[in-house]
Ligand binder design. Structure first.
Ligand code: PMP
Length: 444
């Protein structure tokens, strides 16, 4: 959709230059596009000096411009920046630190620059390890921009043709949910999801293909944010393994303490006694707090067949500056206790949002874990059908009120609330207040 002409002349100029120089495939957020020129912690400042509370950007996960990350990047850039074909300790330090956060079976790691590249590499490795081609993803998945990941990203829209080797599976629930609607129990949801995956495996077989992998976003973000019931992914993973395929956990959204309960999003689908251990874990976005750093972590036996046939080198992936950024992010997550904070604040915030749900006829269910939250908006007449028009209005009104959120899901009717992990109770309160106002106005 073409954005409305922005009010400020400088924004109008920027918009015209963008369209001329970057071409028509890019999309901006908001009817009145935002022009931030500075970021600090949870705040973005626009060209006029107005500040916006950032409740959307999970990339700057430890806060915009975190001094420790900035300092680590600057110091390493001043000293040396080469690549992984020379010996260097930062890449090894980073590998050790990352692997220490993962299940013991996942014991090697390769670095890329983007989540798309990480998923693309993971697919090549999975296909080499299994000798199979088929790939199963969720119905409204997003996994990246390379050819093999875009053809497995139905959320890119109807214009994006799915790959011949790709099958999609429905989730055992559908958005929107009513406010307070109970989620199915884990046994029911797990069995239903496993049945969908089995049906996709059977369909691949009908077309002469075996499955190489089940690729799942740990918080099912583009599908509308589905984190519960915790454990529901596990039976589907079993079904995939029984058919000879691997489980690739796409943690680009879910990783790095976002869900509060664990360092990684997939962990909530296992238990202490039976942990869910992915064969491959892909990660990116928050990993460098804005610096392009991403990775594929995996079991050494999964990597071996690929490595026997093919070398791996990535010009920028794993370079000393990227690794310095990632190490600083790991330090900050730990030293500032951000996982525990995400758990605490996320649960309070979801409770406050659910409270709004009792007062506004267009408010549906609140979902999520830690500081990854989905809030369904529904048509007030039936309180059940999706309300993308209201979501759009609310997202734009929130921007006017100085709070940044977005919408996700197949109908684009689920508000996506995903602030930097350094969010504090006062910020959450401001978010809730503004949302209260925007929802009330949407009902007028
Ligand atoms: N996987 C998921 C789940 C994502 O959300 C994204 C990015 N939105 C990607 C992969 C691709 O990451 P990148 O944009 O860094 O290529």
């Amino acid at each position: 959709m073409t954005p409305l002409p922005p009010a400020a002349p400088d924004a109008r100029d920027l918009l015209a230059r963008r369209q001329r120089l970057l071409g028509p495939a890019y999309r901006l957020f908001y009817d009145q596009p935002l022009h931030p020129v500075r970021g600090e912690g949870v705040w973005l400042f626009d060209a006029d000096g107005r500040r916006y509370l950032d409740a959307y950007n999970n990339v700057a996960s430890v806060g915009h411009g975190h001094p420790r990350v900035v300092q680590a990047i600057a110091a390493q850039a001043a000293r040396l920046n080469t690549h992984t074909r020379y010996l260097h300790d930062t890449v090894l330090d980073c590998a050790e630190r990352l692997l220490a956060t993962l299940p013991a079976e996942v014991d090697q790691v390769m670095f890329t620059c983007t989540g798309s590249e990480a998923n693309d590499l993971a697919l090549r490795i999975a296909r080499a390890a299994t000798g199979a081609q088929g790939l199963i993803v969720t119905r409204w998945a997003y996994h990246g921009v390379t050819e093999s990941t875009a053809e497995a990203s139905p959320s890119l829209g109807a214009g994006m043709q799915l790959g011949e080797r790709v099958r999609t599976v429905d989730l055992p629930f559908q958005a929107p949910q009513r406010a307070g609607e109970p989620v199915p129990d884990v046994a029911t949801a797990g069995a239903a999801f496993a049945r969908s995956v089995q049906a996709a495996i059977d369909d691949l077989a009908l077309h002469g293909m075996k499955p190489a992998a089940l690729l799942i976003d740990g918080v099912l973000s583009s599908d509308g944010v589905w984190t519960d019931p915790a454990g529901f992914l596990a039976p589907a993973v079993q079904a995939m393994r029984a058919a000879g395929g691997l489980y690739i956990a796409d943690e680009v959204q879910a990783g790095f303490c976002r869900t509060g309960d664990a360092f990684w999003g997939f962990a909530r689908h296992g238990s202490r006694t039976v942990p869910l251990v992915p064969d491959i874990v892909t990660m990116g976005k928050p990993m460098g707090n804005g610096h392009p750093v991403a990775a594929v972590a995996l079991r050494r036996d999964v990597l071996a067949p690929f490595a026997a046939r093919c070398r791996y080198f990535n010009t920028f992936g794993g370079n000393p500056v990227a690794m310095a950024a990632a190490l600083a992010v790991l330090d900050v997550l730990q030293d500032e206790g951000l996982q525990a904070r995400a758990a605490r604040l996320g649960s309070d915030l979801r409770a406050s949002l659910a409270e709004l749900g009792r007062r506004h006829a267009c408010a549906g269910a609140v979902r999520g874990a830690g500081l990854f939250i989905g809030f369904d908006l529904v048509q007030p007449q039936d309180r059940h059908s999706p309300a993308p028009d209201i979501a759009r209005q609310v997202v734009n009104r929130m921007r006017e009120l100085g709070v940044l959120v977005s919408a996700t899901g197949e109908a684009a009717s689920t508000l996506k609330i995903r602030p930097p992990l350094v969010f504090e109770p006062a910020h959450a309160q401001q978010l809730v207040q503004m949302l209260d106002q925007a929802l009330a106005e949407a009902m007028r």
